[in-house]
Write a protein that binds this ligand. Structure first.
Ligand SMILES: [Zn+2]
Length: 94
């Protein structure tokens, strides 16, 4: 697990639940983690064995409505997202 934990990228498991991923070490969580406080450390495959996809606008709105603060993916993370989705995971676009 990396020491620069900060940004977590929101994906959605194929079966519909959110998966938050640290782009530095690819550890995944079912809920967003507070910086430097980690209660679990699973892999994307652990939480989404059938793969992940990008969230739809409605799913993003629902996550925001639950109180989670989201920002659009910075350009720095875009390459990670494309690599992750095109490499080891099943990909579906909303
Ligand atoms: Zn990390």
């Amino acid at each position: 697990m990396c020491s620069s934990m900060g940004a977590q990228i929101l994906f959605v498991a194929i079966d519909g639940h959110p998966v938050y991923v640290c782009p530095m070490c690819e550890v995944a969580w079912p809920t967003p983690q507070r910086q430097f406080i980690v209660d679990s450390a699973d892999t994307i495959d652990d939480l989404a064995p059938n793969g992940v996809r990008l969230p739809s606008d409605a799913e993003i709105d629902a996550v925001r409505a639950s109180g989670v603060q989201l920002a659009e993916v910075a350009v720095d993370w875009a390459e990670f997202v494309v690599d992750l989705l095109s490499d080891g995971c099943e990909v579906q676009t909303p």
